[in-house]
Design a protein around this ligand. Structure first.
Ligand code: XIL
Length: 317
């Protein structure tokens, strides 16, 4: 049966929020995040990443990740955990060493074993590998790919399956929300693992979309079905829909339609199980830091009023 298990918002621990100077907003922010009932799941936006979790080889630090995961537990929310093997926000020591394949294999196994082991039993799902693909569907250059080839994907999922047998294991990437060469590349990854009897349970569509140029409902449905027909579940894992700032009635209307399409597609396809927006409050969004001249990508404005897109999501659910 189609329909969602959860609708949630990712969040940073206080020390990792993007913008200083918002101390006065935190009480209202936390009320909406944890107490309002708006969100049934969460993801720590940064705290579980390699850079923070293993900043030096063999030195693990779960301080930031634990803040969000504990709040999720206390508030009875689903928890999506993010991300074990990724080329970005990687600790510098991993990239600055010349590894042999044997050495890097041990580095990856130790990282997954310790980080996933620490959160064992708490994560509904883990993003085991994040962003392994280029836009044309080929593999992205990274220390992992350069030293181990595509075997690093097998290694990561094989290890993860042993460490937390109950967590759903996901491949997660962006621009997988409409049919494309990259979408086919992600399907190839699913089959690569399945052909070797290595467990993969889901594909995460990050869904960092653009209001002024968004896919249609049918394109989203086609892309999602391309994965579910392989027998894996799908989730929208980092949804935000940026627009050219300032926000106007026109671009906010496009954004509303875009949110309605993508959430609606997930709701309508059996096997698309959940939606996570990448924070909910515009001032804490990563978008303006990375995409110049763009922003207002989430569902709550700076003054805590809601975007028209909030109603678009409600209409889709
Ligand atoms: C972003 C965070 O939101 C920022 O705070 C951080 O500075 C950079 O990373 N794809 C991912 C996420 O998988 O982890 C990224 O999150 C956004 C793109």
């Amino acid at each position: 049966r189609a329909g969602l298990k959860y609708f949630g918002a990712a969040t940073d621990s206080p020390g990792q929020r993007e913008r200083a100077g918002y101390e006065e907003s935190y009480a209202q922010y936390d009320e909406i995040m944890w107490k309002s009932g708006e969100f049934g799941s969460t993801t720590p936006t940064n705290g579980q990443k390699w850079l923070f979790a293993e900043p030096a080889q063999g030195q693990f630090n779960f301080t930031e990740g634990d803040i969000v995961t504990s709040l999720a537990r206390e508030n009875g929310m689903y928890l999506r955990c993010h991300a074990l093997v990724w080329h970005s926000q990687l600790a510098p020591w991993v990239e600055s060493t010349e590894w042999t394949p044997e050495e890097l294999t041990k580095v990856v196994v130790d990282h997954i074993t310790n980080v996933m082991g620490h959160y064992k039993g708490q994560c509904y799902a883990w993003d085991v590998v994040n962003e392994a693909l280029n836009e044309d569907g080929t593999y992205r250059e990274s220390v992992f790919y350069n030293v181990l080839g595509e075997d690093y994907l097998k290694l990561a999922f094989e290890t993860a399956a042993k460490v937390d047998p109950k967590a759903k294991l996901y491949y997660n990437d962006y621009n997988l929300e409409w049919p494309s060469a990259k979408t086919e590349g992600a399907q190839r990854i699913v089959k690569l693992l399945q052909d070797d009897d290595i467990r993969i349970d889901g594909v995460g569509l990050q869904a960092h979309l653009v209001a002024e140029d968004h896919p249609t409902l049918d394109q989203h449905i086609d892309a999602i079905k391309g994965f579910t027909k392989l027998g894996v579940e799908v989730a929208l894992t980092e949804l935000d829909i940026r627009l050219k700032t300032p926000a106007t009635p026109e671009n906010l209307e496009l954004q509303k339609q875009a949110y309605k399409n993508v959430v609606g597609a997930c709701v309508q396809v059996c096997g698309c199980i959940g939606v996570t927006i990448w924070d909910f409050y515009d001032p804490f969004s990563w978008v303006p830091f990375v995409f110049e001249g763009e922003g207002a990508a989430l569902l709550w404005f700076e003054d805590f009023s809601k975007h028209p897109a909030y109603d678009g999501v409600v209409e889709a659910l």
